[in-house]
Design a protein. Structure first.
Length: 206
């Protein structure tokens, strides 16, 4: 009887199919998840490019007089080229620094524009840098001409299937995208927008 039981192959196909289908599902769902991750990476790149373009034609998030009128206390510098390194303001959801105010409303507008391209984007992962790169001159009307860099840092991939499988539960929010950045020259930082209260003085009565 034991020998007959050992030789009995009834149900073997079902066991084999169970193993094969399980592996096949993991493989297929893994392809779907990683294809979605690649899509998210492309969407994040598009969001960075859009954010940089938007920041280049919007009021600065960093509130500093050098961005408003490029003022200097040294008369000898009036009209001289503003050298690289004259200023560098780093802004994120926590504020701007060093020695710069923070326009939270403009920052929120920028993040909202970027989320049009990449809805999963978290505002804590957006960074904006205004820095002097040798453009413009001291006391220039309209302020300095900064280079503006917008970057996404520490943004996690959003997986759908794999985190629910045994052994993959640590994937969610643990795998982050590579940092991505785009840089443009500030083109028209002080435009007369609809909200006059946040526009430069020359716009208040226009």
């Amino acid at each position: 009887m034991i020998w007959r039981f050992i030789k009995d192959q009834a149900g073997a196909t079902m066991v084999e199919m169970t193993l094969v289908i399980s592996l096949l599902l993991v493989l297929v769902l893994g392809f779907v998840d990683f294809a979605n991750a690649f899509y998210q990476w492309n969407a994040a790149n598009a969001a960075v490019q859009l954010g940089t373009r938007y920041a280049a034609v919007s009021a600065p998030i960093a509130q500093a007089s050098i961005l408003t009128n490029a003022a200097t206390n040294d008369p000898a510098l009036i009209g001289e080229t503003m050298p690289s390194g004259s200023f560098r303001f780093v802004c994120n959801s926590a504020g701007c620094g060093p020695n710069a105010g923070f326009d939270a409303a403009t920052y929120a507008e920028l993040v909202t524009k970027m989320q049009d391209r990449f809805p999963q984007l978290e505002d804590d992962n957006v960074q904006v840098i205004y820095e002097a790169t040798g453009l413009g001159y001291w006391t220039r009307p309209g302020g300095a001409v900064p280079s503006i860099s917008v970057s996404i840092e520490g943004q996690p991939f959003d997986f759908f299937f794999l985190p629910d499988l045994p052994g993959f539960d640590g994937m969610q929010n643990q795998i982050t995208m590579p940092n991505m950045q785009s840089t443009r020259t500030g083109e028209d930082l002080w435009t007369c927008g609809n909200d006059r209260s946040r526009s430069p003085p020359e716009c208040q009565d226009s």
